[in-house]
Write a protein that binds this ligand. Sequence first.
Ligand code: IMP
Length: 429
Amino acid sequence: MANVAVIGAQWGDEGKGKVVDWLASRADVVVRFQGGHNAGHTLVVGDVTYKLSLLPSGVVRGKLGLIGNGVVLDPDALFSEIEKVRAQGLDVGPHNLRVAETTPLILPLHPALDRAREAARGEDKIGTTGRGIGPAYEDKVGRRSIRVCDLAEPETLSFKLDELLLHHNSLLRGLGAPEFEKQPLLDALLALAPRLLPYAAPVWELLESARAEGKRVLFEGAQAVMLDVDHGTYPYVTSSNTVAGNAAAGAGVGPGSVGTVLGIAKAYATRVGAGPFPSELFDATGKLLGERGHEFGTVTGRPRRCGWFDAAMVRQAVKIGGVDGLVLTKLDVLDGLPELKICTGYCVGGEVLKRLPAAMRAQAACEPIYETLPGWAGSTRGARSYAELPAEAVKYVRRIEELVEAPVMMLSTSPDRDDTIALRDPFAG
Ligand code: IMP
């Protein structure tokens, strides 16, 4: 099966954009299967930097881009992103971008509820992107969502809005936030219909045709395993399943079609938003990693928390996410550090654990257990083969492979697409 799925193996921001772009140039179809415009994928192509949140990265390479049913779609965000990339010279329209008819929409009431809830949580807030992702997924499983296909049926829109507003206005009222009126929302949806419906398609059928024609499909994950609603550091997670298993359900293909699963991991660790982070650094090294790695959120601009590579956590992500191989990014950020630490497990209340415990207090109490490796004096930036790497850098990569129990299939040594050491073609299986 010549398909590939890409997922984050840490807490997001691993540099998936570049890897997905590299793979997209070898694929025929690129599909987003979960998340929404909370994602931020940066692609550097020559002198142009594209910052994508909702659009499948394949649009940059002129490939067919699909937004699967597992995504939650903010139509305003979609159209403003389309305008932005068109202004950068890309040709995006219904001929190369299709959205599943069954994709739930994010309406203005979703970010309003997201933000009102976060404000009510005060100190205990999750640190969401404020884009309405959580409330939109709640409506999906609550069977209240307005989906893309509903735009073709004004009567369906009207009665669904009644149900949605009954629910949302009760919550907003309880939180002391302004309520929403039906008519402006209905008018906006009716105006949206002729713009969005040309993009609507049975994505599952397009994928079935792609399969029958032997085309290569790339499933583009957003966020990461440790932000997965089931397997992440709950409740400090996003509201979707970010694991490769969801590529099937979130796009409309069988599990056997997902193909090779690549887990993307930075050579160190970062996290944006609240939640446990056992190997977090609060010292000068943490600051240095943040500065060198330009660790600021693509979507919200928030500074990211930085720390050492957590092999226990990535191993867990490899097992749960079904990762066949890792792509290690930003190795160059570690250049020149005298020594490097890798977290190999945790001490919790005197007990040694090789995995992250599930409960909140236990996660917060995890003390990292470190192994120390020598750093390297030379530069790894821009290396395009293993032979160009300092010996200590190769040792660091090999040790990570052993600890996480997965081979490193690709190494990324700068934001430039060509500064990549590809040890295996993932499309070759
Ligand atoms: P939400 O997805 O906006 O609900 O945010 C929930 C958590 O996921 C917060 O900690 C966010 O910072 C985090 N998050 C959501 N999307 C991303 C992403 O693309 N990269 C990194 N963190 C993310």
